[in-house]
Ligand binder design. Structure first.
Ligand SMILES: C[S@@+](CC[C@H](N)C(=O)[O-])C[C@H]1O[C@@H](n2cnc3c(N)ncnc32)[C@H](O)[C@@H]1O
Length: 383
């Protein structure tokens, strides 16, 4: 786990942009929240910018390390570490500044959206400031044969280990891939797709057609999507091809087959990103045409269970609980009634004999649920 946070701490482009923004936005005496604090870096920046108090919220174990880092850096008396899912949290008092940065490569994501909505309505003062303030999404057609070859490795005539993997091609070609693109891979001028004002709560979903001219005669292999966030007035952070590289890279939407674009001809691109009301993922659709050629992709084709998932998440569905859900519910109910771990595990073996053959198996399951949803005395004591 620590390697992920070490890598993030090494992403100087992102950390320095947030540092600049925090210095610009946090005023002496402010109450600040760092949501998804990881190592607590931004909470420390906020203290140094004069915050009177910072709530540093994190749901993972890394919060224990973050607390030690704050102690070592003389900030522990002003940072209150709260181990919780920020989506179900409220503070004693709404904050002046709320910082958050857990973004997907293409930004549009149901859990980010839910978290931001909660932050805006329950955690932040009406006059409060969010970091970032706005996020714009951009796209451009891509010509990058090597990348396309790497992604399109399941075509009919290719076998690996003597196995025909061609059934995996459709999901692969209908998935948003992470790519490391440079400006030279873009075949046309980038176009802005959508602008989200996080403070006002603009709808993140969009459906838009844009057009650019091909700067050379070449094959179009897909579309690059990236974001540009305004963290504070004058402080921007982008994962655009050509911008200083970040850990995000860019989103790459591959085409089912490359299409030819002639120099100076129009390349039309339509991109839609949708989040269903009870969805746990973003549905992307893309279509590119140039001259008479046209091709498309959609993440609906990427998951064989998509339709079943959609039905289960539709507003009038009555999905009931799977056996996994019933087990989790049993654990939560018995823990909520004050049961101790061992009692709950014994109860699980009695209630679900087909699922747990030994108390040891049941203990593992109860422990995982307790760690996720239970109180954490070592981190909750000052909350
Ligand atoms: C991109 S990392 C942030 C790293 C951090 N800024 C740092 O400098 O170390 C995002 C963090 O947000 C946390 N996170 C995401 N959603 C959360 C939620 N709903 N509640 C609490 N923490 C959350 C993740 O566990 C992860 O540690």
């Amino acid at each position: 786990m620590i390697t992920r946070y070490r890598d993030m701490a090494g992403d100087e482009v992102r950390i320095n942009a947030f540092r600049k923004a925090i210095e610009a936005v946090v005023r002496p005496g402010d109450l600040v929240a760092d949501i998804g604090c990881g190592l607590g870096t931004y909470a420390i920046f906020a203290c140094r910018a004069g915050a009177a108090k910072v709530y540093a919220v994190e749901r993972e174990d890394i919060i224990l390390t973050a607390r030690r880092i704050a102690e070592e850096n003389g900030c522990a008396d002003r940072i209150e570490f709260i181990r919780a899912d920020a989506g179900s949290l409220t503070f004693d008092e709404p904050v002046d500044v709320l910082i958050t940065e857990d973004f997907a490569v293409t930004f549009v994501d149901p859990s980010t959206e839910r978290l931001l909505r909660h932050a805006r309505t329950r955690l932040l003062k009406t006059s409060g400031r969010l970091v970032p303030q706005t996020v714009s999404l951009w796209a451009a057609p891509v010509s990058y044969p090597d990348l396309y070859r790497r992604i399109d490795q399941w075509s009919d005539d290719q076998q690996a280990y003597g196995i025909d993997f061609s059934a995996a091609r459709e999901p692969t070609m209908n998935t948003v891939h992470k790519a490391g693109l440079r400006a030279e891979h873009l075949l046309g001028k980038p176009k802005e797709l959508h602008r989200i004002d996080l403070q006002r709560g603009t709808e993140p979903a969009f459906d838009i057609a844009v057009r650019c001219r091909a700067r050379a005669t070449a094959d179009v292999h897909g579309v690059a999507v990236w974001f540009e966030a305004q963290l504070a007035p004058g402080v921007r952070l982008s994962n655009a091809p050509g911008a200083p590289p970040t850990l995000w890279g860019q989103g790459f939407l591959p085409l089912a087959r490359p299409i030819k674009a002639r120099e100076n001809s129009h390349i039309e691109t339509r991109i839609a990103a949708r989040i269903g009301p009870a969805a746990d993922r973003t549905w992307w659709q893309w279509e590119v045409s140039s001259g008479r050629e046209s091709t498309d992709g959609t993440t609906f084709r990427a998951f064989p269970t998509s339709l079943a998932d959609l039905a289960a998440g539709s507003v009038d569905a009555r999905p009931g609980l799977s056996s996994d859900g019933q087990i989790t519910l049993y654990i939560l109910q018995t823990l909520a009634q004050g049961g101790i771990i061992e009692e709950v595990a014994n109860g699980l073996c009695r209630e679900f004999p087909g699922e747990f053959t030994t108390v040891r198996d049941a203990l593992g399951r109860v422990g995982a649920v307790a760690r996720r949803y239970g109180h954490r005395p070592e981190c909750d004591d000052d909350h």
